[in-house]
Ligand binder design. Structure first.
Ligand code: SF4
Length: 489
């Protein structure tokens, strides 16, 4: 679904953004159920007015289906023919566009309007939209375990990404992770560049690595958050104030060295040594940047706990909580999004946080209001308890939404939810592209025909989905086998 464009070495003059199959705010991509418009949320956050604008625009110009993505963004599905420009313009008017983009740039998202719109505006805006890929914890600044409030750093990096014309050459999938040490953190998505706060004697430093995830300790045997996913491991550490310059240096280095078909940092590292990459990056900064051998065994001190996305958890400020709920398989309708916006206004700080687990977090809820908020979320159909099976299932759009899908994965996931064994997490994918999961899930059901799947189990010795443990299973057979595997030593 998200084919990325090749990276090329470009001069510092404004480059022409390349075509891409990735949906964006200004690039509505066709799917079987209509157009897809992806809305990048800075730090995963949107205010209640923006949520209402999305709900209204999705009902007016599309099918009223809103998806939460695994990169903590939103996307509107089912955009109707001829209404792409109007949808994009409504979203830009709500302040959801890239920095400095005027609503007229949105005209570029509609083929007819594109002829009348200044094409360069639309292309610049689409490029700025594409590069807005910085992930932080949805509880950044509030999580009591955090070593550093990453929100200002995230804002600074987003400005950097959009501010240099050359960075428009980065793939729309090229992404950064800034980890503040929160307990609520997603650490199993590989990122092109990751940075993680680390406590040292005189304060906090940011350890960084490439093409992977911050190494972390396990919370429990079943934790999916405790895995180091390939990449370089920790390379070096810089002070928080040096992070923007470091990231700028690494992005320029990538663009300097990447071959025409290299779109991600892992491609660069397949052709160049880590030391060569760091040496090149050193030419862009005036502080020392070389591999620090003492960090070879560095890992994050605090285990991450994905279950904290659900239910109520104390924030750093006393007597306040964040409260989270997960819509079934990451989908909301417009009415539910309207209701969530109202709830955030009434009981919280008027903002919603989308999490990379395709759930929603309401922040700054007074402790006494928690029961009211939990009841409201449950009434809206959001699961707030990790024991609910639906919180352990993810599925791609499936055959109703995607021509590549061999099965109706979402409908099958709902059937599986009724029989899913405790503590078992399953990803259903309509084809090997794995749009619903940037990570390798403990179990993956890969569709082979309508209602029939091959079952894979995560295994460090096997790439992609892991080891295939059974073929051609119905959902009922898959449930039985998962139950058996869950009981096996
Ligand atoms: S079938 Fe699913 S995983 Fe494959 S391209 Fe379509 S949405 Fe993505």
């Amino acid at each position: 679904m998200n084919q990325a464009s090749p990276s090329t070495v470009l001069p510092d003059a404004a480059p022409a953004p390349r075509p891409s199959a990735c949906p964006g705010l200004l690039r509505i991509v066709a799917a079987r159920d209509g157009g897809i418009c992806r809305i990048k949320l800075p730090g995963g956050e949107l205010n209640a007015a923006q949520a209402e604008a999305i709900a209204e625009a999705s009902a007016r110009h599309a099918a009223g289906v809103i998806e939460l993505t695994n990169r903590a963004n939103l996307q509107v599905r089912g955009v109707r023919g001829g209404e792409a420009a109007a949808l994009s313009a409504a979203l830009v008017a709500a302040g959801l566009g890239p920095d400095g983009v005027a609503p007229d740039a949105a005209a570029g998202s509609d083929a007819m309007a594109k002829r009348a719109a200044p094409a360069s505006n639309a292309l610049r805006a689409a490029a700025a939209d594409d590069v807005r890929n910085v992930m932080i914890s949805p509880a950044a600044g509030r999580d009591p375990f955090a070593l550093f409030d990453t929100r200002p750093l995230c804002a600074e990096l987003l400005t950097l990404l959009q501010g240099e014309a050359r960075f428009a050459a980065l793939s729309p999938k090229f992404a950064l992770l800034v980890d503040g040490g929160e307990r609520l953190a997603r650490l199993d998505h590989p990122h092109d560049v990751w940075l993680a706060a680390s406590q040292v004697r005189d304060g906090v430093r940011f350890v960084f690595g490439l093409a992977g995830c911050p190494p972390a300790v396990a919370l429990s045997q079943n934790s999916t958050q405790a895995r180091r996913v390939d990449g370089t491991g920790a390379l070096a550490a810089v002070s928080p104030s040096q992070v923007p310059a470091l990231v700028r240096a690494l992005l320029h280095t990538f663009l300097d060295l990447a071959a025409a078909d290299a779109t991600r940092m892992r491609h660069l590292l397949a052709a160049h040594s880590v030391d060569a990459v760091l040496q090149r990056a050193q030419t862009y900064v005036d502080f020392p940047l070389s591999r620090d051998a003492s960090l070879a065994s560095w890992h994050r001190a605090t285990p991450a706990d994905a279950a904290r996305r659900l239910g109520a958890h104390a924030q750093r400020t006393t007597e306040t909580c964040h409260v989270g709920g997960q819509p079934p398989l990451g989908r909301l309708d417009a009415a539910t999004l309207h209701a969530l916006a109202a709830l955030a206004r009434q009981q919280g700080n008027g903002t919603l946080h989308v999490t990379p687990w395709q759930s929603v977090l309401l922040t700054d809820i007074a402790a006494h209001a928690v029961p009211v908020v939990l009841t409201a979320l449950n009434t809206l159909g959001l699961a707030c308890d990790a024991t609910q099976a639906i919180t352990r299932l993810i599925a791609c759009a499936g055959s109703p939404g995607c021509a590549k899908s061999l099965a109706d994965t979402k409908a099958d996931a709902l059937r599986l939810a009724a029989r899913l064994p405790e503590n078992v997490e399953v990803h259903l994918s309509g084809c090997p592209r794995s749009c619903a999961a940037a990570h390798c899930a403990p179990y993956t059901l890969l569709a082979v025909s309508p209602g029939t799947y091959d079952l894979y189990r995560r295994d460090d010795g096997h790439p992609d989905f892991g080891q295939c443990v059974a073929r051609q299973l119905t959902i009922e057979q898959a449930a039985d086998l998962l139950d058996h595997l869950a009981r096996s030593p």
